[in-house]
Design a protein around this ligand. Structure first.
Ligand SMILES: Nc1ncnc2c1ncn2[C@@H]1O[C@H](COP(=O)(O)OP(=O)(O)O)[C@@H](O)[C@H]1O
Ligand SMILES: [Mg+2]
Length: 270
């Protein structure tokens, strides 16, 4: 199914996903988690995927990151066509970085922040590693005093800043963000969202931003795909969400829940 919204964008495509089906399990218990999902993301765009728990958002990100096997459809990122059953190339793994919801789970508990940031760079043959670590910690607002601390000595928000720094040292062109602030308190969430906005403004990174929270998605993204039970039910500009002009009844339901759960001031203050 062609993605109508992307046809309006003259920019180069960063992510192309057409007719994506993803399954978990085998035989009678095989579960069709993503059904015929299609969308395109332009270079430098921030594209959101919003939907309730279990709607297939993380599953799509995992396919794009090269983490999941049982899928079919057309998927390419930065011109690299992904093939079912094969791990992505080194260059792909460098240019496409993922940030997870739980920053504690994604950081090795016995490695210092310095080691955590340096190792991936070493693995990819970067030079000036120390300089890059310090500058990444500065960019995410932590500073070099954090270099030799361990994850358990940091707050949740600080750990998520480290996870962002770890992705940024590799100079990715695409960031896959899986509910990156859902585990954080509202005020810390706003700080981390602002940091991500700065990153995109300064570096021009393409974002694929997943959240169950329509307010966060509308604030962070240019366009949004709405998912329900494995299907993309609607793709629309975020401005239509903020204006309350949504077509699909499910999107309307999400919008009503969002404003019922969160005062509008919070959404604007993020
Ligand atoms: N590893 C897995 N094994 C089996 N089923 C899974 C697995 N991961 C996700 N699922 C199922 O796939 C569906 C989509 O999950 P997920 O992509 O995690 O949703 P979301 O991120 O939108 O909450 C859900 O029904 C979930 O239970
Ligand atoms: Mg998820």
């Amino acid at each position: 199914m062609p993605d109508k919204a992307s046809a309006t964008s003259p920019r180069e495509t960063a992510i192309h996903c057409a007719g994506l089906d993803v399954f978990y399990g085998q035989g009678a218990t095989r579960h069709h988690a993503v059904k015929q999902a299609s969308f395109d993301v332009a270079k430098g765009e921030s594209f959101g995927i919003v939907g309730g728990s279990g709607s297939g958002k993380s599953t799509i990100l995992r396919v794009l990151a090269g983490l999941d096997g049982d899928w079919q459809g057309e998927v390419s990122v930065l011109g690299h066509r992904r093939a079912t059953g094969s791990a992505p190339q080194r260059d792909y793994r460098l240019k496409v970085q993922m940030i997870f919801q739980d920053p504690f789970g994604s950081l090795h508990p016995r490695h210092t922040i310095d080691r955590c940031l340096s190792e991936a760079m070493r693995c990819h043959g970067f030079d000036r590693i120390e300089q890059r670590v310090v500058s990444a910690l500065d960019r995410v607002g932590l500073g070099k005093s954090f270099r030799f601390r361990f994850p358990h000595q940091l707050s949740g928000g600080q750990r998520q800043r480290v996870a962002i720094a770890r992705a940024l040292v590799l100079e990715p062109e695409v960031l896959l963000l899986d509910e990156p602030t859902s585990a954080l308190d509202a005020s810390i969430q706003a700080e981390v969202l602002n940091l991500l906005q700065e990153v995109r403004r300064d570096l021009g990174t393409t974002f694929l931003f997943v959240s169950h929270d329509l307010g966060v998605i509308a604030h962070m993204c240019d366009r949004v795909a709405v998912m329900r039970q494995g299907e993309v039910v609607e793709t629309l500009p975020a401005s239509r969400i903020t204006a309350g002009e949504v077509a699909h009844p499910y999107t309307r339901e999400l919008l009503a829940n969002c404003y019922a759960a969160q005062p509008v001031e919070f959404v604007q203050a993020v």
